[in-house]
Ligand binder design. Sequence first.
Ligand SMILES: CC(C)(COP(=O)(O)OP(=O)(O)OC[C@H]1O[C@@H](n2cnc3c(N)ncnc32)[C@H](O)[C@@H]1OP(=O)(O)O)[C@@H](O)C(=O)NCCC(=O)NCCS
Length: 363
Amino acid sequence: MSCAKGLAGVVAGQTKISSTDNQRLVYAGYPIEELAQKKFEEVVFLLWNTRLPEPAELITFSHDLVNKMVLPAETIRLLSYIAREPQHPMSILRTTTSLLGTTNDVEHDEPPKILAKILTAIAAIVRIRDDKPLIDFDPALGMADNFLYMLTGKKPTAELSVMFNTVMILHADHEFNASTFTARVVASTFSDYYSCLTAAVCALKGPLHGGANERVFEMLSDIVENKTAPLVFISEQIQAKRKIMGFGHRVYKHGDPRAFILKDIAEALAEKTNNQVYFKVQQQLAAYMLKHKQLHPNVDYYTALIYHCLGLKKETFTMIFAACRTAGWLAHVMEQREQKCLIRPNSEYVGPKIQHCVTQQSR
Ligand SMILES: CC(C)(COP(=O)(O)OP(=O)(O)OC[C@H]1O[C@@H](n2cnc3c(N)ncnc32)[C@H](O)[C@@H]1OP(=O)(O)O)[C@@H](O)C(=O)NCCC(=O)NCCS
């Protein structure tokens, strides 16, 4: 028996939700390049139903999602304590996701309500930590616009709305990535939605997965604030055999298709918000990494700058990733439940051969 390191290349199950075959990201058959200009709700519908909605269906679906962007009073009361704790916001989100699974109306929570609650809770965590009042959803706005509004307190312009919808769509799903696979393992035991999502948040938190976006911005601010030459910085890191956050991917060896789209958004937003200095550093680091390590930027590389340009603090970046990915997690939990099959692989035992306990008598 032999095993693939990190299950690389192993097909661990079947899905109709998304694929990275041939290094292209496709949701239910539609390439993300074509979906990127749609509304977030349309893509959520696609992930949950494996078909795009009819115009009338989309209106009802969006309306339903947006109207559910409220939290039980009890959750807000508890959040006002939990969210102020000094722990990392992803730890707060882990507890909050679990908490959402314990409120009174939870028996009736289905994916639309769960998605709406998670987005609302993430916005609330950010606002509470910043000592700012919570903001109610605006029924005139879509889900992505409302999320941004409830986070920042500003209604997005038409241009920003298109960009942010794209960002949310590009993060919405990614076949059997670590957090989604985690959610599927929990779903395969027929556990409840919130347990699946709590486990997924735990997996996303790590720096080799969603936690990379925060580290990318840390690196950029280090370079900019200390006025370090980007090429000196990166060559030192590489010589010291350190991993550069935001580069490389288990699946995409010729570039992450999401990063190509996000790069343009990062550049445009950096110019609008006077953050070009970071984008210039990113370009130099990316050129070095390609030339010397043949590694391309991944989804987290440009997203870090995008979130900074939106006025968000770096500690909150991975929570925004979680907000977008919740749509995909829920799609996979639903699909896994339908498959009615426990995920329980084998391991390759590499410990000592059979040995026997020595009892007092045999000594
Ligand atoms: C994403 C990631 C875990 C994929 O890893 P993987 O497919 O398991 O590939 P490995 O980590 O085994 O890397 C293969 C080689 O490339 C190098 N490499 C991969 N990513 C690297 C990076 N970001 N910086 C420097 N070197 C890197 C490894 O050191 C290794 O080199 P070696 O063969 O000389 O030891 C990895 O690229 C990484 O750690 N990236 C940084 C974290 C990140 O941005 N995560 C977000 C992913 S969307």
